[in-house]
Design a protein around this ligand. Structure first.
Ligand SMILES: [Zn+2]
Length: 59
């Protein structure tokens, strides 16, 4: 899983979503603590699409 930037749903600031900081709640949902507001926030993984199951391109 690549590092992504998401907007925190609580404080709306951008935060890096890193593998080592997230918890998988289920196969489509991740949870992590926002570094700005320190609240636990959840994101749906929206990986349905052309790139979801395809091979990784480049590095
Ligand atoms: Zn936040």
């Amino acid at each position: 899983m690549a590092t992504q930037v998401r907007a925190c749903p609580k404080c709306t600031k951008l935060m890096w979503v890193k593998d080592e900081q997230i918890q998988m709640l289920d196969e489509n949902t991740i949870s992590m603590t926002c570094p700005h507001c320190q609240q636990t926030v959840r994101f749906k993984l929206v990986t349905v699409g052309a790139n979801a199951a395809g091979p990784k391109m480049g590095h």
